[in-house]
Design a protein around this ligand. Structure first.
Ligand SMILES: [Zn+2]
Length: 299
């Protein structure tokens, strides 16, 4: 075997793949890193050597990475266009059916009345919520979220696996300290959802900012289950007539029902979140109607 076949491959770059440190000695395996999608994987020395010698690309195990970026974006765009098209066709068909029923079958139905602003608005709302539902489904099925942008300060950061996992843990703590909202969601199930979501975005070095962005995105789509507000154990019943028939006071209700402005679906808000909203947004979130101003009249 020629000498070069045994030489360490650590540090070699081949296309989008960077060969890193040796992770096992027999068979000799290396940690590899895809620079395009940041996926980490291991490959044997022999397999890598063969790719290098024949000058063929080292395949990235991430299926989504194999699509060139432009093709992936085109596919996403097409998906949403198709959805809008279907929505339009369905609306037209429904309108057509309505007219046929109203006027009997005619070769040329009378021109439909022009839609009012209100109708247009509700149609727009429906399309928007249809799109939001599609995006929610994408996220739930583990596809990359085109709207998610991780903290750009770490776009080109490089760390070993153990450095990254230490960094991620530290940053996660910072995220939790800085985002009191998270308290209402801090369960192991939600932690898994958050980490899976970030993983699906191909992000491996996770700053506090990236955690926060992912958290906001999941909140937006109602994908986290808030902790049920705790109800304090009822105190021992007092043998007093005064308390009979009165319910024991329950502990502060932690979450407030409201509406998500993006998706139009109901969702719960923490008092902290509501506190930070501008008055107009708060009104819309809680669907408080604007009262006409009534001035007292002089008599
Ligand atoms: Zn890749």
């Amino acid at each position: 075997m020629p000498y070069q076949n045994l030489q360490s491959l650590a540090g070699v770059n081949h296309g989008q793949i960077e060969i890193q440190n040796i992770v096992s000695s027999s068979p000799r395996k290396y940690a590899c890193h895809c620079k395009r999608c940041k996926t980490e994987f291991n490959m044997t020395h022999a397999a890598l050597r063969q790719r290098l010698d024949s000058n063929t690309p080292i395949p990235c195990p991430n299926d989504n990475c194999r699509l060139p970026r432009a093709a992936q974006q085109a596919r996403e765009k097409q998906y949403f266009q198709d959805l809008k098209q279907k929505e339009r066709a369905a609306n037209e068909a429904a309108e057509d059916r309505r007219l046929r029923e109203k006027y009997g079958v005619r070769s040329e139905p009378p021109a439909p009345p022009k839609p009012s602003l209100e109708q247009l608005d509700s149609q727009f709302q429906r399309t928007a919520s249809e799109l939001a539902r599609a995006e929610k489904q994408r996220i739930q099925s583990g596809l990359p979220d085109p709207e998610f942008v991780p903290d750009p300060r770490y776009d080109n950061a490089k760390m070993t696996n153990s450095e990254a996992s230490e960094f991620n843990d530290r940053q996660c703590q910072i995220f939790m300290d800085r985002n009191p909202d998270w308290q209402a969601y801090q369960t192991s199930a939600n932690v898994d959802i958050l980490l899976d979501y970030i993983w699906n975005q191909g992000v491996r070095i996770i700053s506090a900012e990236s955690y926060a962005r992912a958290f906001r995105r999941l909140l937006q789509y109602n994908l986290l289950q808030p902790i049920e507000p705790e109800i304090e154990a009822e105190p021992e019943p007092m043998p007093s007539m005064e308390h009979e028939g009165y319910p024991a006071p329950t502990r502060r209700p932690q979450l407030i029902d409201g509406w998500d402005l993006q998706t139009g679906e109901p969702r719960k808000y923490t008092p902290y979140e509501l506190d930070r909203l501008p008055a107009e947004t708060l009104r819309r979130v809680l669907r408080i109607p604007t009262a006409p101003i009534v001035r007292p009249r002089n008599t």
